[in-house]
Design a protein around this ligand. Sequence first.
Ligand code: FAD
Length: 508
Amino acid sequence: MTTDLPPPHRIVILGGGTAGWLAAAWLCRALQMPDVTLVESGDIGIIGVGEGTFPTIRTTLAALGIGEAEFLVRADATFKQGVLFEGWSTGTDSYFHPFNLPVGGEDEALLPHWIADADPRRPAWADAVTVQEQVIRAGRGPKRPGDPDFSGPMNYAYHFDAPRFAAYMRDISIAAGVNRIEGTVARVERAEDGDIAALVLEDGRRVEGDFFLDCSGFRALLIGRELGAAFTSCASALFNDRALAVQVPYPSPEAPVRPYTLATAHEAGWTWDIGLTERRGVGYVYSSRHASQDEASATLHAYVGAKDGSLDPRLLKFECGYRETQWIGNCVAVGLSAGFFEPLESTGIMLIEAALKKIGDFLVPGDRTARNAAARSFNRLMAGRFERIVHFLKLHYCITRRTDTAYWRDNADAASVPEPLRDMLVQWRYRAPSRFDFLVDLETFLPPSYHYILYGMGFATCLPADVARHPGAAEARSTFARVRAAHAGACAALPDHRALLDHYRRQA
Ligand code: FAD
């Protein structure tokens, strides 16, 4: 059976940041929508941060039909294989959250054997089940020059320059027929049924549409100001609400480029340190309740190794939270207008990708009843996804053993931990997390990521004494030995990260 009803024909995107231009590229190139208009304001500009991504970006880029070499060069991108956390548990510890799944995939059979192993020389969990930590510590890229686009032996994402990425998405969208309008929206016209009918620009121009994507950033001009979707704050769990960001040049053009994000804990927050080809992007994300801007600036200077006052960091203010209703009538929010937590684990761009993929599935021909039902489904799924990310991010903080500052003590205070996470943590003292603790389809971070954080942070699970006799002990020992034996070979088989980037630069 087929339907004669057309899908919404004229799509209007408000905003030309990462969300807006990635949406435009997705609609015109992946979904082949013929009538897409994007309105952006040069006066307002874009947020221009957001350099770390998640492995889903590879399938997104591949679906846009672009080549990996071209993308790497246009967006000044580098490879990211996970996040190295320094000082989060005790202040002097270090652990890696790799993108690789543990050997054996999501099968959890190995974990009890690792937990039960009392040998003090036991490797860290991530190191016991994947070679990726050794690979990044050796400065290797995730793939070899001849590997196909967007795949390689290691799981990976990218770091990129946010304005350059947005400009690249803009160019491919315009080449594919997207209509770009420069101007600032002054007001919104509504139809009788409450739908948005048109955006009216300051100079009086009207931009009509059948369906609108609100990619207007923190302003949330359509979904928030016009349509009134409420903002749910997560600040009681996720305290960070400020970032000071700087760009740091390399000492020489040949300096190594880290193939991972370095996330270092400080007194009242943490720094991200991201290696691009020509510079590092560094930022101190902190809680304004726990540090003044001067204190935060001093921390950033000390981290970068710069003389006090010699940097001119950019201050960004935000509140962690999201809108439970992201799709109302003929308008859906994508990007910062829908919500934002903090840069930890790079969820911003990944949530844009998740929204776009759902919009592609849900924005099909149908009557108003079907569209309203699609909106409710979308809202349930996206709100569920945002809520679960809060739990995963809070996990990084609440199991800390640091007590040196109020920031870390407050983060470990059970009152700041959402109840579902608290319930899990109590149980995980006596059993390892299993996939049945999660509604896996709503999770961005699957159980292996929880394992990497929990056991990387030194969380203690006390298994029943007879777990050592758990079936599969001999197989587990031999799997751990196999991973250990593969370390050196993996590092030898993969190229130096900068050499790999140079290879793509020559190819583009
Ligand atoms: P913006 O870039 O702010 O774009 C908004 C657009 O709307 C602009 O073009 C603006 O001109 C336009 N606009 C607004 N009002 C009007 C108007 N009235 N008329 C016309 N146009 C208008 N995400 C990650 O995935 N990884 C990270 O590492 C990461 N780090 C971050 C660090 C910080 C400190 C912050 C704050 C965010 C970070 N993010 C990160 C989130 C990421 O930056 C955003 O998800 C991403 O940039 C998308 O932003 P956006 O397009 O929604 O908004």
